[in-house]
Design a protein around this ligand. Structure first.
Ligand code: AMP
Ligand code: MG
Length: 426
């Protein structure tokens, strides 16, 4: 029988997370593809994007009002001669030149005339035919964005590795890119295990459980930028489990759910060991999710059904996630996400916690870092967080009500109402 991992590979939350981050730092995405701009939203950019012109390309009025020379407003109210009106989109050759004593009506987004050094907001003016009276002084530069003040032509605006959110899509659109080079989505095999687990669309006996983990994981994989591949459910029986693991190792990442606890039929680690898996940890001092397993198998130990990629990675990583649905969801966010994000090409970032005031006190056992489903409510500065009523790691219904996790450090057995606690948004 293949060697089982050492029983001592149980790490603290921070150790386990850092270990995953260290491995993630060496992973690269598989390929690149050119996609339509909107299709690129949510994907990871694979090329640098440069400014194709200055931003703004002309001195741009930032308010509706009057373009003036600030020096003309040293005494107030000041009366200036109106020499014209400049609309957004006005051509440079149609824009008048401003002399001292003159003003030009101007709209937001229009080119400021040469000679003008500020725009007075229309609210501080009163127009009378060919003249305008100005009630408020401005300093040079007020309400005009100078040429190239936001970006110079040729400047890098987006780097490879950014996830294309709406702001990045706006940048790409503004430099005229209707297509973008993005990294190909990594394929993530999902394998749920358990004799009691059945497909969601078949009749089931009273003691059987519908497979929710494959679907929650698939949704999480999609949200993190991967392409889920759902494998058939594996029974608690080594032969079929071995076949399905071999299939799963053809993907860029393999996620197993269930079968990693201490039960007699928890076979996942044993079967992975037969693939000469390297185990980095087989548990983390967290709750939920304590039995989580992380490791890798040398590439090519799967069935190799797939065509050989250009340059195969050295390893396929896997996670054995505990099967309790809430544990599966939480451990994905804590450990799978950073590795998966690296495979999508995303630049690494640290796990950030927010802080919120605790609404009612919490008691906990020490020794484990806890990620407890919780509800952040209230508004503006009055936000408060409280535990979602939950009945343990199997309680999917409570996860739906929760919108975050309260993070309880392993040395705290009590947190009082009113204290600040760390939360992890969902
Ligand atoms: P295990 O990690 O295999 O010991 O499973 C822990 C608990 O999670 C058991 O109550 C399982 O029935 C349940 N469970 C395991 N896999 C799934 C799944 N795919 N969908 C829903 N519940 C599951
Ligand atoms: Mg099981």
């Amino acid at each position: 029988m293949a060697a089982l991992p050492e029983p001592s590979l149980i790490l603290s939350f921070e150790e386990a997370r850092h270990l995953v981050e260290d491995h993630a730092a060496h992973l690269r995405p598989r390929g690149k593809e050119l996609v339509e701009l909107l299709e690129a939203a949510g994907q990871v950019l694979a090329e640098p994007i440069f400014a194709d012109r200055n931003f703004p390309p002309f001195p741009r009025a930032m308010r509706d009002g009057y373009a003036v020379q600030a020096a003309d407003l040293s005494r107030l109210p000041a009366t200036l001669e109106v020499i014209g009106e400049i609309k957004a989109g006005a051509r440079t050759e149609d824009v008048p030149t401003l002399q001292s004593g003159q003003a030009a009506a101007i709209m937001t987004g229009a080119p400021a005339p040469s000679g003008a050094d500020a725009v007075v907001m229309v609210e501080y003016t009163s127009r009378d035919a060919g003249r305008v009276q100005i009630m408020k002084a401005v300093v040079r530069g007020d309400n005009i964005a100078p040429i190239a003040s936001e970006a110079k032509r040729g400047e890098k605006l987006l780097s490879p590795g950014v996830r294309l959110d709406f702001a990045a899509i706006a940048v790409a659109a503004s430099v005229g890119r209707s297509r973008l080079l993005v990294y190909s989505k990594p394929k993530v095999a999902i394998l749920s295990t358990g004799d009691e687990i059945v497909d969601i669309d078949v009749p089931l006996a009273a003691t059987q459980i519908r497979n929710s983990n494959s679907y929650s994981l698939a949704a999480q994989v999609q949200a993190a930028g991967g392409e889920p591949i759902l494998l058939p459910i594996a029974p608690d029986e080594p032969e079929r489990l071995r076949e399905l693991i071999a299939d799963g190792l053809e993907s860029d990442l393999l996620l197993l759910a269930g079968g990693v606890s201490m039960g007699k039929y928890d076979l996942v680690e044993q079967v992975l060991a037969e693939f000469q898996a390297e185990f980095f940890f087989t548990g983390a001092r967290i709750q939920p999710g304590k039995p989580i397993v992380f490791g890798r198998v040398r590439w090519g130990r799967g069935r190799l059904a797939r065509e050989l990629p250009v340059s195969p990675p050295a390893h396929v990583y896997f996670f054995g996630l505990p099967g309790n649905p809430v544990s599966t969801m939480v451990t994905f966010e804590l450990f799978v996400r950073p590795l998966l994000e690296a495979l999508t090409g995303m630049l690494p970032h640290k796990l950030a916690f927010l802080n919120a005031r605790l609404k009612s006190s919490i008691k906990a056992k020490t020794g484990l870092t806890r990620f407890l489903p919780a509800i952040l409510s209230g508004e503006f500065e009055q936000s408060q967080v409280e535990l979602a009523a939950w009945h343990g790691s199997g309680d999917i219904a409570s996860m739906v009500r929760a919108n975050c996790y309260i993070v309880v450090p392993p040395d705290r057995d009590q947190i009082q109402a009113g204290e600040w606690v760390s939360i992890l948004m969902r």
